[in-house]
Design a protein around this ligand. Structure first.
Ligand code: GCU
Length: 364
């Protein structure tokens, strides 16, 4: 059932994609041109290097592929991507070269997902929030207050449930390779500390490009504003938004903490991330390479998770040292936040009640 529903979803998303606005189409084309240029340049650079080394044909890559990542170079997910590319290169004897494009240079996450759908980008690591707009069933895995903690989330993602979601992409324009960690998300703003539900009232909060996230903000009494990740700093600086929400490493890495000093530990959601491949690219790869790539993606995910753990703790410490005002929601207040967002379960995931029950049961 899950499979067939997801396939229906994928048809819808192709419709939606073809109906995109002219402006988006132009933006997409620009990004494809940029990706093409990078690919061509990198391929020629690689060709030169091989010649300089005097290497034979066997050292020339058969495939030079692009990978989009919107975080900074030193961020755990980017480091995971480099590990992935390194492993793939090693195990294919240099036949598959994956070029990592970090810092969002191939476009924001939504644009990257669109490009993946037709192979304008070959690989990417994206957050489930924007991805759920294309594959609505994924909303189940990013419901507010769904997991009791990291351990619970990983039990779900690494078990049968996680596998069934990975497998459910089959027949769509995307191939799901492996889960990446992104910790828990918390609210921050430049106006006041959030200590109780009423403190949310009237604040304009940036959210990812996700209707579920926008609605969650509304039911908490604040005003949502969808915005690409790369635009949040200036949004905070100019006062276009009062705040946003994210994990410790993102809050630090983007320097949002400089312009929004009140951070509240409320852990309202854990949004897993996925490494994806474009189905059209995948179809061109020999089976032998696909097996290697899938294996390397999983290994890189384990590496990313270990880096994540360290970075999460380090970022929290740095933020505290930077003098930000950190508030932790009391148990009672957290229950009020939880109760407020409960309608999201019915509104976005009413077809998946059994699946939600199974996920919740894994946390007991
Ligand atoms: C996290 C996530 C990014 C995402 C960002 C956001 O940092 O890792 O992929 O773009 O949240 O809030 O948009």
């Amino acid at each position: 059932l899950l499979f067939s529903m997801i396939h229906t979803g994928s048809d819808k998303r192709i419709d939606r994609f073809t109906k995109k606005s002219k402006e988006e189409a132009v933006k997409g084309k620009r990004n494809i041109l940029a990706a093409g240029l990078i690919l061509a340049l990198s391929a020629s650079v690689w060709g030169c290097q091989s010649r300089e080394k005097g290497a034979g044909e066997e050292n020339v890559p058969e495939f030079v592929l692009t990978y989009a990542e919107n975080q900074a170079e030193d961020y755990p997910t980017t480091q995971g991507a480099y590990r992935f590319a390194e492993l793939v290169k090693q195990r294919t004897g240099g036949k598959v070269e994956i070029l990592i494009n970090a810092e969002g240079i191939l476009g924001d996450e939504r644009t990257v997902i669109e490009q993946l759908q037709f192979g304008g980008v070959d690989f990417a690591r994206v957050s489930l929030s924007p991805l759920s707009e294309f594959v609505p069933e994924l909303n189940v895995l990013q419901l507010p207050y769904l997991y009791t903690g990291a351990e619970h989330m990983w039990k779900v993602l690494e078990g049968e449930i996680g596998d069934s979601f990975l497998g459910s992409f089959e027949g769509s324009s995307l191939v799901a390779l492996s889960w990446y960690d992104a910790g828990a998300r918390n609210f921050y703003n430049s106006v006041r500390p959030i200590e109780k539900l009423e403190d949310m009232k009237g604040l304009t909060i940036r959210v990812q490009e996700s209707e579920l996230m926008s609605d969650s903000i509304r039911v908490l009494g604040a005003v949502p504003k969808q915005m690409a990740y790369g635009e949040v700093y200036s949004g905070l600086q100019t006062g276009e938004i009062d705040g946003a929400e994210n994990n410790w490493p993102s809050y630090e890495s983007t320097r949002h903490y400089e312009v929004a000093r009140y951070y509240t530990i409320d852990e309202h959601t854990r949004v897993p991330e996925l490494q994806l491949a474009a189905q059209s690219t995948w179809d061109k790869l020999p089976e032998e390479y696909r097996i290697i790539i899938t294996q390397c993606a999983k290994e890189s995910a384990r590496y990313e998770r270990s880096l994540w753990k360290e970075r999460e703790a380090q970022s929290e410490q740095n933020i505290r040292e930077a003098g930000c005002i950190i508030t932790e929601l009391s148990k009672e207040e957290k229950s009020r936040f939880q109760a407020a967002v409960m309608p999201m379960y019915g509104k976005y995931c009413s077809d998946y009640v059994d699946m939600i029950d199974r996920i919740v049961a894994e946390g007991r």
